[in-house]
Design a protein around this ligand. Structure first.
Ligand SMILES: N[C@@H](CCC(=O)N[C@@H](CS)C(=O)NCC(=O)O)C(=O)O
Length: 201
């Protein structure tokens, strides 16, 4: 498998999952500005959507969309318990979290990268995001990870998108459970390895 990624982006989530599962994979860096891969190919020919993450399977198929990729990966090694079994009620709960993260936190944060937006609009988006953080604070004050006691693929995703707060000068201290949650996940060897690998390429 090959993971097409760009540093400091949402592709860190499937990257962490690949390492948590100890699956064999190759990392291919993408320059998101010129849409070229590190080996000089046009990334839009690999993923016509033009964004990371994209996972190339050994049979050549390309899978996109972070929530789909991480579930596909977790199902390759169900014994890892990174996702509850398909068709279980718990799996629906996982999908509820993945959808919340992708539509409310990931998409909500991505807007803040837009330098063309006037400050008054950014304030509105920030406040909306903060209400989502309030909800996460209440949830994670009660449990170590989103699904309870065990780390799951949604935690890799939430960890990734919360990491962007540093780019927006958002201090997470206002949500102490989120600070503790990030620290807990950051200490995982697979997470450290993913961050090191992305920094060194
Ligand atoms: N819906 C996609 C969104 C992926 C996405 O937003 N990728 C960003 C990085 S976090 C990107 O590569 N943006 C570059 C672009 O859109 O040109 C997913 O959830 O995987």
């Amino acid at each position: 498998m090959k993971l097409y990624y760009a540093p400091d982006t949402c592709s860190l989530s499937p990257h962490i999952v690949l390492r948590e599962l100890t699956l064999a994979f190759e990392l291919v860096k993408v320059d998101n500005r010129n849409k070229l891969t590190a080996d000089g190919r046009d990334f839009r020919l690999i993923n016509p959507k033009g964004y990371v993450a994209a996972l190339e399977l050994d049979d050549g198929q390309i899978l996109t969309e972070g929530p789909a990729i991480v579930q596909y990966l977790a199902d390759l090694k169900p014994e890892s318990r990174l996702a509850p079994p398909a068709k279980s009620w718990e799996r629906v709960r996982l999908q509820e979290w993945l959808n919340f993260i992708t539509s409310e936190i990931h998409a909500g944060s991505a807007l803040l990268f837009n330098k063309a937006l006037p400050d008054a609009v950014l304030v509105i988006f920030r406040e909306k995001l903060f209400r989502r953080f309030d909800y996460l604070q209440a949830t994670l004050a009660e449990k170590a990870f989103l699904m309870g006691a065990f780390f799951c693929v949604a935690d890799a995703y939430l960890f990734t998108v919360l990491g962007w707060c540093k780019f927006f000068n958002i201090e997470l201290d206002r949500w102490p459970a989120l600070v503790a949650y990030r620290a807990r996940i950051s200490a995982r060897p697979a997470v450290q390895a993913a961050l090191r690998a992305e920094a060194s390429q």
